[in-house]
Write a protein that binds this ligand. Sequence first.
Ligand SMILES: [Mg+2]
Length: 359
Amino acid sequence: MAIDETELKTTELIMKDLSFGVVFDIDGVLMRDGIIIPNATQALKLLEDKETGEPKYPYIFMTNNGGFTEEEKAKKISIVLEQEIPGDKVMVAHTPVKPLAEKYKDSDVLLISKTHETSKKLADWYGFKNYKSFQQYIEERPFLCPSKYSKFWTTGVAGEYDIKKEKTSEPLPIKSIILLEEPNDWGECIQVVSDILQSKDGLLKKNHIDLSEEQIIDLHVCNPDFTYGGEFLLPRYTMGALLECIKLLFKTQTGRDLIYTLYGKPYPLTYQYGKQLISDQISKLGFQNASIPKHIYAIGDNPYSDIKGANNLEHEGWISILVKTGCFKGDGNHPEIPAKYVVDNVYDAIKLILKLEGQ
Ligand SMILES: [Mg+2]
């Protein structure tokens, strides 16, 4: 009986000192093309209390996808993983822009995504009060993209457009552009973003732009991925490739280097936000005294995003673990961006973490 009590006290001591968290990449680690990877469920179960099924160790999910809220993404992955994942354990590419709603509360923000509805949904979700969706902005200024909207080429009448602008109240100056997800029309996006970034205030009218000699308007870009795997044999371009086009044309036009902030793996803002979410999870589990994790284990399949991002912040306690169930399939470690540890799959990754942490 006395031994049991000692064991209990030892366990309590270990639990009080618990100060680590796990960050899962999703695609290539837990699922592939929406199908669960073998052992993923068992891996997550290792992080639960065996008897109650309640979470025992803190973990979150981090993806470079976007265009949906964290709640929506949580529901999607809950279906595949066959377990309830709460939205506060999920980070998408644009999750770290949430604090920008407060930063830009007194000025307009231009939100760029595939549809007006997506921008509106995310603006409401993150709390942006003053914003224009990209689609609204163009509707009010079709003269910015004449090759697409001007009827001049068909009717011969200049100044007539295929979209009618709605009368709106005088807009606030634009302080910031946020690329939430890759828009459908790159040409339109590159043109209008370049126009706004050359202005002092984003107040573009047909006969007016206040040009600036320096970049005053902030540009935030969520998801730095250059390509993604589609149904075609060759990868498809996405946000990172679009950003390269904007950078090149802005430089050609102004002679200046574009200034921007990137969110998503492997960039530090995303990892720092993830560390905060892990801290929140530690507090929720009742470990107030150890809410800043000493170690955060990032499990991923992509050396260039998951592993690179964690390695860059090794000094802040991040530890990279590369799995072989996704894009990395080589023997040994990645030659250019070696992970701290390489394991076969996510189940082995969790077993390794628990062993390293003495659990
Ligand atoms: Mg992945």
